[in-house]
Design a protein around this ligand. Sequence first.
Ligand code: 4AD
Ligand code: MG
Length: 465
Amino acid sequence: TLCSVKQALSGAIQAGTKVTVRGWVRTRRDSKAGVSFVNVNDGSCFDSIQAVVPATLPNFESEVKHLTAGASVIVTGTLAPSPGKGQAFEIQAEHVQVAGFVDDPETYPIQPKQHSLEFLREVAHLRPRTNLFGAVTRVRHTMMTAIHRHLTDQGFFWVNTPIITTSDAEGAGDMFRVSTLDLANLPRTPDGKVDFRKDFFGREAFLTVSGQLNVEAYCLAMSKVYTFGPTFRAEKSNTPRHLAEFWMVEPEIAFADLAADADCAEAFLKAIFTAVLTERAGDMAFFADRVLPEAISRLESFIAHPFERLDYGEAIAILQKSGQKFEFPVAWGADLQTEHERYLAEKHVGRPVVVMNYPEAIKAFYMRLNDDEKTVAAMDVLAPGIGEIIGGSQREERLDYLDRRMAKFGLDPSRYGWYRDLRRYGTVPHAGFGLGFERLLVYVCGLSNIRDAIPFPRVAGSADF
Ligand code: 4AD
Ligand code: MG
């Protein structure tokens, strides 16, 4: 039987069965007795399977003994209980086919030792061959599928919103331009300057910073929807929490207010944590063992307890009374910085906390103005160790209020005509949020840099691979 390493190690295949596994050599060790132990990993699970290769195989001297880390092999043999500790089964190899040797074993970047994460970022095409990136990749997949499953179970529809757009969904201006310009034949303004406002087939267009505005259109017909895809921010912030390209999942719910939105976000995060702990136990054990001791226990604790909810005003008061020296000032009206967010989540609560009702001046134009006219119905979910992982709000469903807010933010209403229509034709209260997928993945795995949570990170000054 052809099987994955995971299947071979799972116990589901009886000892004595003839199996074939295919994968990449992690290590090879020769015993004095003349056999060679070849550990093969195929990414299907954390563990590798050991193939015990006898010297009697015809290609033993010519090929097997030249296998080094990274070589690809197809091993056929009998599945047998392993006498070695840490593994239930091994393969008594009867046939080893080498699919590809490693050209120059001495310079092969992924040697069987611990590499620094900085170094591995320079070989992003090879880092999935390490234990760490194999585990991150599997957890990433599990989280993605758990998100789709949880939202589907809750009655949401997945709506695919566009990547190329003309509207700045956050009104923050950090968008990448999309250009079809022919450099030899640039459009000019009457005074002779290059007209970059005609750069997309004669119009102006950008990469999306969020699918929210588009998904609102579908929300106001389908009731519960979400978008989940890559988003782009031209932020120059070179930090361990920011990427220029990241994945965001944005649920949007009709007939919902901010409290319902926060409840939805809490249930959503707990469903993701639960899936990771149950489906990726082997990988999570590795993170707890090698990366962050509390990687598992903190997720268990978050699932077990309700998230705290704090008003922005209360949060400011707590920070002011904390006696803590912060780099950025704490005052009503100022945005919370990462250090403040982390204090609230770590020191004050010790678990994720939802901060609600921020000052209207520091939040996006589409957020609903509260009755106090000073705050908007916004919420951020802050997690210990990282700060904001979710940002959301109840949307402004009243056209006159929306227009006033757009004017205040200097947004051109002609660009948002279709968005305004949603308030003209059967408007309803609605709310939603956005989860930065890589921020959550960093968190779940206990990583410290978001560049290790996406296969090929794009940040200011680097878009290699
Ligand atoms: O808070 P943000 O900007 O909210 C929105 O985009 C809303 N449209 C969401 C909504 O209500 N539908 O971004 C949402 C989340 C943040 O909480 C953060 O986790 C993540 O996206 N995020 C980033 N992640 C990685 N790199 C960046 N540069 C990020 N910017 C935001
Ligand atoms: Mg935000």
